[in-house]
Design a protein around this ligand. Structure first.
Ligand code: CP
Length: 317
């Protein structure tokens, strides 16, 4: 059964993940730029997508908006400040009202891990999680996987293959507070990759904590990068640190991924970052802008993945 609500990637097997990725490749041209084939340009005509962003966002919000519009849908952007939520209305009541007006799907980002699950359970409206606290960020996980498949298969062999079998991928930085890392672990492992999580001990999830698959942990950046095919660099997520303090200069000294680190990795290794990049803290600018960086390709793949997800949950794939 095709899912109508995608709140996490953890429940989905490789077959479902490959279906989403395969659909997404229809929205990439030969140069891996974003396109919309004519047959999809009105696929969501007369439908509307509610973009409910209760936390800041650039990439996810704009790419979902573009994705919806490329498919012929209209979009409604709602956040707390400009809506009746500022008068005390709940997220649930807000969503129920939008659904009653005929909004056809919700894309939601919220600092709470649970509220998106509650809305999904209460309302029949198709729902895409655009980031829930330190829970998951499913569309980011899929776009990271698509970016890697595009690099290792399509760019290398001009043929799509949705496998990362035999690849070792390091995720480096503030893992414990990252919804991107959680979704990445699920999708990368489903596609056959071995994942290493690396960060300072206080920013790593405890061994045995559920939701982290089979991923290896290390508190050595060099150990994580040695022989890796790709590194996904994460920023310190200060909005979710609570009482924990991370000194930016000390962090950068020990954990910033720089040009010298790339020599530890495989010769064709690549660098990803979900954004926003805090240049100089977790990543050297020369690496972010260098030939091994796929950061802007991730953004292009993001529009394609979000087109696929909207089509899929809205029953138009
Ligand atoms: N990667 C990501 O979620 O970026 P935004 O916060 O800008 O959406």
């Amino acid at each position: 059964m095709i899912p109508r609500k995608v709140i996490a990637l953890e429940p989905y097997d490789a077959s479902q993940i490959r279906q989403w990725l395969k659909l997404a490749t229809q929205f990439l041209d030969d140069s891996l730029g974003v396109i919309t084939p004519p047959k999809y340009q009105t696929a969501l005509a007369h439908q509307s997508v509610g973009l409910l962003f209760f936390e800041p966002s650039t990439r996810t919000r704009v790419s979902f908006e573009l994705a919806a519009k490329h498919l012929g849908a209209s979009t409604i952007l709602l956040n707390e400040q400009g809506s009746s939520m500022s008068k005390g209305e709940s997220v649930m009541d807000t969503c129920a009202n939008l659904a009653a007006m005929g909004v056809g799907a919700f894309v939601m980002r919220h600092k709470s891990r649970e509220i998106i699950e509650q809305v999904g359970a209460a309302l029949p409206t198709p729902l895409l999680n655009a980031g829930n606290g330190n829970g998951e960020h499913p569309s980011q996980g899929l776009l990271d996987a698509l970016t890697l498949c595009a690099h290792f298969h399509y760019k290398a062999h001009r043929a799509w293959d949705y496998s990362l079998q035999g690849r070792t991928i390091a995720i480096v930085g503030d893992i414990a507070h990252s919804r991107v890392a959680r979704s990445d672990v699920h999708v990368l492992e489903r596609l056959g990759a071995q994942v290493t999580l690396a960060g300072p001990p206080e920013l790593l999830p405890e061994v045995g904590q559920p939701g982290w698959g089979e991923a290896r942990r290390t508190s050595s950046l060099e150990d994580a990068l040695e022989g890796a095919d790709a590194v996904i660099v994460l920023r310190v997520q200060r909005e979710r640190l609570g009482q924990l303090e991370v000194d930016p200069a000390q962090y950068a000294q020990r954990w910033r991924v720089g040009q010298a680190h790339l020599a530890l990795m495989k010769p064709d290794a690549v660098v990803l970052h979900p954004g926003p990049v805090i240049r100089g803290e977790e990543l050297e600018a020369q690496v972010a802008d260098g030939p091994k960086s796929l950061i802007l390709q991730q953004v292009r793949c993001g529009v394609a993945v979000r087109q696929a997800l909207l089509l899929s949950v809205m029953g138009a794939a």
